[in-house]
Design a protein around this ligand. Sequence first.
Ligand code: ADP
Ligand code: MG
Length: 483
Amino acid sequence: MKKKVKAEYNYGMSDFKLFWEEAVKVLYSEYENQNRADEFNLWINAIDYVDSHDSVVFVSVPSTFFKEQLIRRGDITKLQSIIYNLSGQNIKFEFKIKPKDSNPSSSKNNNRNQPIIETPDKKDGPVVVPNKNKDKQHPQLSERYSFANFVYGDNSVFAYNAALAVAKNPGKAYNPVLLYGGVGLGKTHLMQAIGNYAWKESNAKIIYITAENFTNEFIKALGQGQTAISKFKDKYRSVDILLIDDIHFLQKKDGTQEELFHTFNALYDSNKQIVFTCDRPVSELKNLSDRLRSRFERGLNVDLQPPDYETRRAIVEKKLEENKKSLSPEIIDFIAHNIASNVRDLEAAIVKIVAYNELINKKDISIETAGQLLRDVISSPKQSNLSIDTIIKVIAEEYGLSSSDVKGKKRTKNVIMPRQIAMYIAREITEFSTTEIGAEFGRDHTTVVHSCQKIEEAIQADSKFDSKIQLLIRKVKDYKKSI
Ligand code: ADP
Ligand code: MG
């Protein structure tokens, strides 16, 4: 009897579609209660239910990276536990990767490869907007930055989607938006793509300016007296979309920070769109007023990471196609393999090789020649940098530990401090970002930031500790020389 009930029960439970749908709703309300609906749209909305067998639920996600992030964020465990509460069954998730399509066009966001962001409709806007900008270029924006020619990969798909959502629904989708990441990764490109798109599609008043020019303009106005200052304030407070590039420049610029804070509030309160870019997470900016920092962090913060090999290849191919140039597959491969730092360097490499090809009038340049031409870029300071592994090795030796102790998950006192020191030194003497350093330790960037703070505090409090760190840094550098 008992057996039969169990069999029926299992049979009834083998399709988890309804439970899945319910669980997603429950999770949505959790996110919404915490004012994190944006995040829900980026992450959870991109998971598709596929099927279920016994207690395995098959879902599809845009990429392996995406899957790992979902797990890391705890969303998967949460969904499992909600489904358990609803169905009484402990389910397991199996992930399938959605097939990759080609890049979407600038006007449609129907790509299966991408998480589709549901953005609010422009219900309260005018139905037909006579478009005065269709054939004119915005004076501060460059036409070459569009969504159509931005090649995204796992490293940039969220930033791309967030930017597109903002361009389609300024002031309504996500506000403010902060795009951050290292040099040459496409921050300015995406920011200007937002501007270009909104400019063509609406009559929005848009200003694009670098934080540096914003500062200069403000200082100039201050020197010219009250009328100029009022004019400056009015100009920036009366736009529909304000795009400010490279806000890391504002560090230590107290007066400009104050002015931007008020500009921000005025725009934000009237639902005008604000977008910023920065070369690092806001938490890592120094000499920034707390209230401005909290404004930057208020909305959606998305990072751009360096592209992986596949994406780099796609970028090289796209750039060649745009410029109606061609290179042999081997050379394309060579560039994509060797220029890993950022897209700006990739572009420079292509220009150099194409120019050589045309000037010397050879059809197919050899790998050797390509290597010589790109020598400066390939052995850039960033790439000849000390590896984090070397740092870990030196610290491990110093404290009588193994490298895997320093990198590992153990939380005993004797490993925590050396681990924090290793992260701190990596941050001090290499060009790696906190995200990259964190990855070496199987942790995220917040742990690295926290560790660096701890060590900085200890250095401040104890000059002996300071000398110890300096000594370790020397050892790391000498280690490099001796091998
Ligand atoms: P950042 O502002 O992050 O320093 P940029 O936006 O100026 O970087 O990008 C550097 C160059 O690389 C620009 O010419 C830009 O068009 C190009 N670029 C960056 N990312 C991409 C991408 N994903 N696809 C195509 N081109 C890109
Ligand atoms: Mg830029």
